[in-house]
Design a protein around this ligand. Structure first.
Ligand code: WT7
Length: 650
């Protein structure tokens, strides 16, 4: 791991945006005094603080006595309690919200469905009964490989109803990736669809499932939803139609009351090495924090129409498309397809159509929209928006400002939320009615969250200096283990400093104590003895008027140790040239300092990204070094992008 002690952090951002008065006045948490009061409470008596939050947030069939049993690095929260997550998402709302839309769905081809809380509850119970009829019981693992359709949420909830453990695999993953995950999780039943719509074409889910099944997986039954095809099933006793399974099932199904620590889901995420890790989350602690953070960070009100654009295949989809919003009884928007299908204004059309009030999306999407210019945005009335969120990677100030000004009309607070698959819920984020924001900073940890920037000896680094981001105390929604590999849990997360969770991220605070994320520490490079956060160089590049997106990686260099290679895509209408290379290098030197001047700038049509939109720096490092990559590429959004980059080598 890189030593970040002297990370050169020269990004300076002096703009501060206090919460708009009107927003603050009716917010759940108004002003920094409120924040501070909660923080102090949590600090003084964490057990009391978290215990109260858990009692407020969840319905308990049986109460807990022990708030936390912590035997580092293993935590058990709300130990004796029993609950059921679907009871919290559905049943408890029904007396009041039965006829309120829970899900507003829009398919890529334009088909629409509105599903009320009452209807969602019925669908969940029917599917739960269907799964029961296939022999699924508490603790069994169920795979979910579906497009972004309401049935994806129904599937997750049906599992939780029974105490079965769901493992969602993103619909964009390949057959190999699916097979590997299903086998690792020991999945018994797989819920899938014939296909889904993306960029005007069918994503062949069923074909991938069939390919996956040619290898050992342990899957006994495959339930197939008809979405894109004619409803014909592959031959064989393994396959059955979703409709046939739920037909005639009762729409009541008693919830399985599970212990707080009962596993809720396994979600695979890439580590720094090849094999993906099965991050395991348990029920009550996760549910409590998903619910609490959705309300606090997005300042939810009951009349909000809330749209988180993530796919349910990612943790963001779990916590902030499905569980968090439903626990809070709001309306959540689900969109199946690509952001620019059929035109560049699809997102904005959706916001106008459903009067979306809260939008939560990723910097990579924001930058892509920025590249398209303000035109498509201006075609729509976005006045329903009142809050904007960002997640997934550091957001560069340029994109943050565009998001705020062009999408938010200058009136919506922007919350840049830092968290991870492993943390289950948002950890560092502004509270929109309280925190003055700075473009590019995730601001402060939420009350009770001990996110701290330390050096390798565990010492807190002074303000202004960079270090490693740890969470030094347990929190309710922390991962419980790496499924099937408890040693990896300890090794990956708790070996850097014993008993403290290591995030893998570098960060620094500024003079006001604001937290600035600097990317994964393995993306930190040492150039001629100077350490640089690659994210900062990228931020400088994308601040240039002609640059759409940039990725910076290190390349071994005889003289400097590491040289900086920047991959750059240009905004529409700009042509690559040597003169522009020089201009960009000078621009970076000006923005950050000569030490950050890229040694090489390479123009590309697009950057290789994972399906979740993260730039694949590992691959770019190989391309930069001229190595033929042997790395696993199953998560590539578009292999052609990589091929094109390689070709430019010649
Ligand atoms: C990694 C976690 C959990 C959301 C989806 C990604 C990076 C995430 C931010 C942010 C800077 C961020 C970190 C983190 N990241 N949000 N607001 N600012 N970096 O989940 O796939 O588990 O990735 O994403 O590097 O470690 P994930």
């Amino acid at each position: 791991m890189a030593d970040t002690q002297e990370i050169v952090s020269v990004l300076t951002e002096s703009r501060v945006f206090p919460p708009p008065e009107q927003f603050s006045q009716r917010a759940h948490i108004r002003g920094m005094q409120d924040y501070q009061r909660l923080w102090d409470e949590a600090e003084k008596d964490p057990q009391k603080y978290w215990g109260e939050r858990a009692r407020e947030e969840l319905f308990w069939k049986e109460p807990f006595q022990t708030v936390l049993d912590w035997k580092p690095p293993h935590a058990r929260w709300f130990v004796e309690g029993k609950t059921n997550l679907t009871y919290n998402c559905l049943d408890r709302h029904l007396p009041r919200l039965k006829d309120k839309p829970a899900i507003l769905f829009e398919g890529e081809p334009g088909d629409r469905r509105s599903i009320t809380y009452g209807e969602l509850s019925q669908q969940v119970n029917r599917l739960a009964n269907g799964l029961k009829s296939l022999g699924v019981k508490k603790g069994d693992r169920v795979g979910i490989y579906l497009p972004m359709v309401p049935e994806a949420a129904v599937a997750m909830l049906a599992c939780a109803r029974l105490g079965a453990v769901h493992s969602v695999v993103f619909g964009g993953f390949s057959a190999e990736a699916l097979q590997e995950r299903m086998k690792d999780a020991g999945v018994k039943v797989l819920l899938t669809a014939d296909g889904g719509w993306r960029k005007g074409a069918v994503v062949p889910l069923m074909k991938n499932v069939e390919a996956a099944l040619t290898h050992a997986t342990g899957i006994e039954k495959v339930v197939v939803l008809t979405r894109t095809g004619d409803g014909k099933l592959p031959a064989g006793p393994k396959f059955l139609a979703w409709d046939a399974l739920v037909k005639g099932q009762s729409d009541t199904c008693e919830p399985e009351w599970v212990e707080s620590e009962h596993p809720l889901f396994i979600l695979y995420t890439s580590g720094s090495t090849g094999k993906p890790k099965g991050v395991l989350h348990s029920t009550a602690g996760y549910a409590m924090m998903a619910s609490l953070t959705t309300r606090w960070v997005f300042d939810l009100r009951e009349d909000d129409v809330y749209w988180c654009t993530a796919d349910v295949g990612w943790v963001t989809g779990h916590s902030y498309v499905v569980y968090g919003p439903l626990m809070n009884g709001v309306t959540t928007v689900l969109y199946e397809g690509a952001p620019t299908q059929p035109g560049p204004d699809r997102f904005w059309a959706i916001i106008e159509r459903y009067k979306v009030s809260i939008l939560y999306t990723a910097p990579t999407a924001i930058r892509a929209f920025m590249r398209l210019g303000d035109g498509p945005v201006k075609q729509h009335d976005l006045s329903s928006l009142r809050l904007l969120g960002s997640v997934g990677e550091p957001i560069n100030p340029e994109a943050w400002m565009w998001y705020r000004d062009v999408i938010g009309g200058g009136r919506c607070p922007v919350v840049d939320t830092w968290w991870q698959t492993e943390t289950g819920a948002i950890m560092i984020s502004p509270l929109p009615g309280a925190t003055p924001t700075k473009p590019g900073s995730a601001t402060f940890p939420l009350p009770g969250i001990h996110a701290e920037i330390l050096d390798r000896d565990g010492k807190r680094v002074p303000r202004g200096q960079g270090g490693l981001l740890f969470v030094t105390k347990p929190w309710p929604s922390m991962l419980r283990t790496v499924y099937g590999d408890p040693e990896r849990y300890v090794k990956t997360y708790f070996s850097e400093l014993p008993g403290m969770y290591f995030t893998g991220d570098g960060a620094r605070t500024d003079a006001d104590g604001y937290v600035w994320l600097m990317g994964r520490v393995d993306d930190v490079v040492n150039v001629a003895g100077h350490r640089l956060g690659t994210a900062e160089v990228e931020s400088a590049l994308v601040a240039h008027a002609k640059v759409a997106e940039a990725a910076v990686v290190g390349r071994p260099d005889d003289l400097k140790g590491t040289a900086l290679v920047a991959f750059v895509t240009l905004k529409h209408g700009n042509a690559p040239s040597d003169a522009l290379k020089k201009e960009l290098a000078a621009h970076v030197a000006k923005e950050i300092g000569a030490i950050a001047r890229p040694d090489e700038i390479r123009f590309a049509e697009g950057l290789p990204k994972t399906r979740s939109g993260k730039i694949m720096r590992r691959l770019l490092r190989d391309v930069a070094a001229g190595n033929h990559s042997t790395q696993d590429t199953t998560t590539l959004e578009d292999l052609n992008v990589l091929a094109a980059l390689r070709q430019n080598d010649e």
